[in-house]
Design a protein around this ligand. Sequence first.
Ligand SMILES: Nc1ncnc2c1ncn2[C@@H]1O[C@H](COP(=O)(O)OP(=O)(O)OP(=O)(O)O)[C@@H](O)[C@H]1O
Length: 237
Amino acid sequence: MPGADGLRFEAVHVSLGAFTLSADLTVDRGARVAVIGPSGSGKSTLLALVSGFLLPDRGRVIWRGEDLGRLAPGRRPVSIVFQDQNLLPHLTAFQNVALGLRPDLRLDRNQTDEVQGALARVGLKGFGDRLPANMSGGQQSRVALARVLLRRRPILLLDEPFAALGPALKDEMLDLLTEIAGETGATVLMVSHDPDDARRFAPQTIVVDQGVAAPPVATEGLLADPPPGLRAYLGIT
Ligand SMILES: Nc1ncnc2c1ncn2[C@@H]1O[C@H](COP(=O)(O)OP(=O)(O)OP(=O)(O)O)[C@@H](O)[C@H]1O
């Protein structure tokens, strides 16, 4: 059965006031997919249907054959990274990463080692005691990625995760994200406004436009010859 081993939006339809979004598509397991489209087109809505913050009015969101609609957001096999990196300001880098394992922060010896290992993996050895306010934007992104690494959830959702970073640093983070996705085998959906992010990170892209999330297509071909709806958005006349 096609899509049985991936993330499937099966005839999904959702309305938010006057806004509607439809999706009938499959993301292969382990794929890295960019989600692009005009502002307000429904990119974050698409992610919310996977995280469970939003339920479809019709249709189903299915992961490896299981209807995610049965699972509350906290029980879904999902990690999420937003632009603000979801770091708690009063917790240290170590504690912010540890939250990914134990919300009550009661770690045993092995778990403590795992958190230290994840921090080291993203280049933050020795930064465990820092508060987010005392870290650069790039370092804060690394903390968020260490948490993703530690949680090892099969689906990773990112909503403009590195939008606040300069271009060189953003590329560095996208490359680290690519490595982490590879190491965890995660299926990744990343919302971005920047086509260069899609080029660098995502072999496939979902275009969200005019109330429809289209099935993923090859990013390279899409950006080389964008469809009319995307041309205006990309600033191509
Ligand atoms: N609770 C709500 N009630 C009514 N409309 C809503 C609600 N939440 C979102 N919308 C509308 O749904 C549409 C899609 O929003 P969404 O945040 O998914 O877009 P987006 O593509 O992620 O936008 P952006 O790129 O600007 O972040 C928007 O037009 C928004 O105004």
